[in-house]
Design a protein around this ligand. Structure first.
Ligand code: 3HC
Length: 330
């Protein structure tokens, strides 16, 4: 029931000859850097691929609230608590912008939420890991939001207008999240030995899951080729993973922490770090619903949805009443 079951349906990119005239004109608009807007004609594949990616992204934002909400009541100071509340609240806002962007493609929020709860749609693998200590709030902000920004900054240039515009504000806020996480890590690393050990332990547990956030390696990525041709994605999974490693290694050194990868080394020829790939069998097992927290995350989401039904019903009734009053007056 909780497996994330939606099937990958990526197919090869159509050549110029295989495209219809309408598809060729659409591709020319994309190639020229034009934005596609909701009322424009678009191929079904473009629409469905966007619904899949934006929907999964929206789900990731709201499921991503859960591991951190767990620590709001246990934050060590009032200031940390206020920052964490603000961050968790931002993630709800990100979900909202993204669900709205997906709705412009002709799918309703109720349909998307149903697919999340039934396991028919995915959310990011990273949120199926537990947050065991306060240092995890640092590691999540630093690494998870750091990886999210690496992936999302280029999406501000994505071809679909409502998605690109949603990403602008999301990226600004994610950047604050990354800094608040790094600030927690700095405090822990400048603390006593036990605090520094907690910081190292959090890095040890979140390093490889953060690398998995970028998706399977390029040779196994189903959607990259078509998504990049349509500028739904601007970089490949491996390109962004490499960029993340290269930017994060000096930050770990600054903190005095060790990346848990004995093979990690700066390759003098390429200027990039060589590193160990994540354990892809663990990634696939999480996608199948067998991660440490899959069941719990979806149960909590489904419960929140059911318990919030009276609020949604009340707001709909109020909106209908206002609309009928306005119609009667007009
Ligand atoms: N977790 C779960 N599923 C993943 C995944 C991950 N980390 N990485 C890839 N997959 C899934 C894909 O969705 C696809 O499955 P599907 O066909 O059933 O949808 C399958 O694995 C094959 O992967 P592909 O490389 O072909 O998939 P994509 O081209 O879609 O690339 C992606 C994956 C890079 C995550 C891309 O979808 C993307 O850039 N998405 C937008 C960003 C996003 O969703 N980020 C979520 C991060 S968390 C977040 O934003 C919250 C913040 O507050 C921290």
């Amino acid at each position: 029931m909780y497996a994330q079951m939606i099937k990958s349906t990526g197919q090869g990119v159509k050549s110029d000859e295989q495209m219809t005239e309408q598809e060729r004109a659409f591709q020319a608009r994309i190639d020229a850097g034009e934005k596609i807007e909701p009322k424009d004609w678009m191929p079904d594949g473009y629409r469905n691929n966007l619904i899949r990616q934006i929907g999964q992204h929206a789900h990731s934002e709201i499921v991503g609230q859960l591991p951190e909400a767990n620590w709001i009541t246990r934050a060590p100071t009032l200031e940390r608590k206020a920052n964490l509340i603000a961050k968790v609240q931002d993630e709800a806002g990100h979900g909202l912008y993204l669900y709205c962007a997906a709705e412009t493609l002709g799918i309703s929020r109720d349909e998307l939420v149903d697919m999340l709860h039934s396991g028919a749609m995915k959310y990011s693998s990273i949120f199926n890991y537990p947050t065991l200590t306060w240092a995890d709030m640092g590691a999540v902000g630093w690494l998870v939001d750091g990886a999210a920004i690496m992936n999302q900054v280029p999406l501000q240039r994505t071809s679909y207008g409502p998605y690109a515009r949603a990403m602008v504000r999301i990226c600004k806020e994610e950047s604050f999240h990354q800094r608040q996480g790094f600030h927690i890590m700095m405090a822990m690393c400048n603390g006593n030995q036990a605090q520094k050990r907690m910081a190292q332990d959090a890095l040890n547990r979140f390093w490889f899951p953060a690398l998995m956030m970028f998706g399977p390696s390029d040779k196994d990525s189903v959607h990259s080729a078509q998504s990049m041709a349509w500028k739904i994605k601007m970089n490949t999974n491996d390109e962004l993973r490499q960029k993340f490693v290269d930017e994060t290694v000096p930050q770990a050194h600054y903190l005095g922490l060790t990346i848990p990868d004995e093979q990690l080394v700066l390759n003098e020829d390429t200027g990039n770090h060589d590193f160990t790939e994540p354990d892809w069998s663990e990634f696939h097992s999480i996608l199948k619903g067998d991660g440490p927290c899959n069941v719990e995350r979806l149960e909590v989401r489904a419960k929140a949805w059911e318990e919030g039904a009276w609020v949604r019903d009340g707001m709909m009734a109020h909106a209908e009443k206002r609309a009928s009053r306005k119609a009667a007056a007009g």
